[in-house]
Design a protein. Structure first.
Length: 573
């Protein structure tokens, strides 16, 4: 009976035909679903490879494009997408030289799609990474510090007007932090004002054991090889040059001074007129020092860096400042600037022994002659043998001190031997610097920090320590890159970690001895997401300047820092 009913059903044949017609479609859809799942899996793998490659390669931009490309290609290959056999990889700069675009295309073999005439499918994934490198500070040129001596060596016209304005500074470890060096001074004692405080100190007043370096809590930040990190400077080679000399001016400590440290002292270092230097100007010329009459002349001339010595309570004892210089090869990682290893043996400069007359120590005919001091005092000296065909990238100069109760002032220079080629190299502080400023009444501009296109969307944080030692106030204004126009939006805090005080009119802070002595002042500047540097490959372009305005001339030791908040390298697409 049942067979008869089915046979008599008029729709039975239609269902059979429908099933017969749709079965291949159902099988195809199932096959497609399996292949799509494989596309998704392989696409995710390709995206991860592109992301990793873009992030790894972008950190070499904007100056090392070829390295960025080779690193990205290598990382894509190590993630399973080597070029060839159906896989192609394109690595290019994106809309700005700080952005790297990596596109991975790979051919996926379909498990079932071949039955439908589609044996392979090409999967393409793209990643774009943007890089905001360590903030360079202080100079767009091949000289960092006073260059009144040899202006013809300056590689960029942007440095015009900086001559004679400031020297770099590093303190001995046995100096009170309130003297202006926030990172190299070892301890804290008498504050700037009665009843005042000093930022970043474990106890004020009083320092426990004299010379104990732990009272300045900033002192041992980022310790490397058992010593204080000191200050790092980048010698940036933007384009190939035939040779490179990395030099320092007057890096050996010899306190001919900026003032007398103590009215009762038997050694009077006042306004660079040390009696210990008497007679040096009359020394006969030598091939190394052809101009002793001007180089060793007393007074605050262009060759006097203003090295000084402090006495209690500003300095512990009378020991010499021992200065050590280490030069490092370009690092494969911008986050680890010292990873390139030493480029040459460290240079150790013991400083001047005050028991010896300084003029005698500089006289080759005198038994007390000190060739190491004479080779550095008021002279440019090499920190490494000359580099032939140096690498494009950043050689790092690290300067530290041990012991010492004074301030050591100096300058740095990268010299190619050709003034036109000097435009291809630059010297800048990395993230922080201590300066000895010589500011005239009126307005003076300093190069503060360079913002590449990678700074877009970040927060620029600027800190200055112990600004305005003099009684006269100083207006501090931050100017937009390559402009005389202040930033439109700034907020400020009186010290690190304090709550912001709201917008600053004209991005200007007024600093005085009473309000800023021994204290950090922090200014935050949001950088617009649409910001682009005019030329990321030109080390002289895109500098934020700080404008100081004061009614009276000032000589002051200060410390500055600048950093970009947020991840330095990030995916933007």
């Amino acid at each position: 009976m049942r067979r008869r009913l089915i046979a008599d059903d008029p729709e039975a044949g239609y269902v059979a035909v429908l099933v017969a017609l749709c079965l291949p479609l159902f099988i195809g859809l199932c096959a497609l679903a399996i292949d799509v799942a494989m596309w998704y899996v392989d696409g995710a793998k390709a995206q991860k490879a592109a992301d990793a490659a873009a992030l790894a390669g972008a950190v070499y931009l904007p100056s090392q494009t070829q390295t960025a490309r080779s690193v990205a290609l290598d990382l894509v290959g190590r993630n399973g997408f080597a070029v060839g056999d159906g896989t192609s990889v394109n690595v290019n700069e994106d809309e700005s030289p700080t952005r790297l675009r990596v596109t991975v295309s790979t051919k996926v073999h379909n498990t079932f799609g071949g039955f439908l005439g589609h044996p392979t499918t090409v999967i393409t994934r793209t990643a774009v990474a943007d890089f905001a490198g360590p903030v360079e500070m202080g100079s767009p040129c091949n000289v960092l510090g006073n260059e009144a001596m040899e202006t013809s060596r300056i590689g960029s016209s942007r440095c015009a007007g900086q001559s004679g304005v400031y020297w770099l500074n590093i303190s001995g470890t046995d100096v009170n932090k309130v003297r202006g060096d926030a990172y190299a001074s070892g301890y804290c004692t008498a504050p700037q004002t009665t009843g005042g405080t000093i930022d970043g100190c474990s106890s004020v007043p009083g320092r426990g054991i004299w010379g104990e370096p732990t009272n300045n809590t900033d002192y041992n930040q980022n310790v490397e090889d058992g010593a204080n990190l000191g200050y790092l400077f980048s010698v940036h080679v933007a384009r190939p040059v035939s040779r490179l000399r990395i030099q320092a001016f007057d890096l050996a400590w010899a306190p001919v001074g900026t003032r007398s440290p103590d009215p009762g002292s038997t050694i009077n270092w006042s306004n660079c007129e040390s009696t210990m230097l008497d007679g040096a100007a009359a020394l006969p010329p030598t091939p190394e020092v052809p101009d002793p009459a001007t180089r060793y002349a007393p007074g605050a001339g262009p060759f006097c860096t203003g090295d000084s010595q402090e006495v209690d309570p500003q300095g512990d004892g009378t020991s010499s400042v021992v200065t050590t210089v280490r030069v490092y090869n370009p690092s494969p990682s911008t986050s680890e600037p010292l990873a390139g290893g030493l480029a040459c043996a460290p240079v150790v400069l013991p400083g001047w022994d005050a028991s010896t007359n300084l003029a005698d120590a500089l006289n080759p005919a005198n038994p007390a002659y000190d060739p190491l001091l004479a080779n550095n005092f008021r002279r440019w000296s090499d920190l490494c043998p000359t580099f032939t065909a140096p690498k494009v990238g950043d050689y790092v100069v690290r300067i530290t001190t041990t012991g010492g109760t004074g301030q050591n002032r100096f300058a740095l220079r990268a010299d190619t031997g050709d003034s036109s080629s000097n435009a291809n190299v630059s010297v800048a502080a990395l993230g922080r610097e201590s300066l000895y400023n010589s500011v005239a009444a009126g307005t003076t501009d300093f190069y503060l920090a360079r913002l590449t296109s990678g700074a877009a969307g970040h927060l620029l944080t600027v800190g200055f320590f112990d600004l305005a030692d003099a009684e006269a106030p100083v207006e501090v204004t931050l100017l937009q890159p390559d402009s005389d126009v202040p930033f439109a939006t700034c907020t400020s805090a009186p010290e690190a970690g304090a709550t912001g005080q709201g917008p600053l009119a004209g991005c200007t802070v007024v600093a005085t001895k009473a309000t800023n002595g021994g204290l950090w002042q922090v200014v935050d500047v949001p950088i617009d997401t649409a910001y682009r540097c005019s030329d990321d490959r030109d080390p002289a372009a895109c500098w934020v300047r700080v404008r100081l305005t004061t009614p009276a001339a000032q000589q002051d030791t200060t410390t500055w820092r600048a950093e970009l908040e947020g991840d330095p390298v990030r995916l933007v697409e």
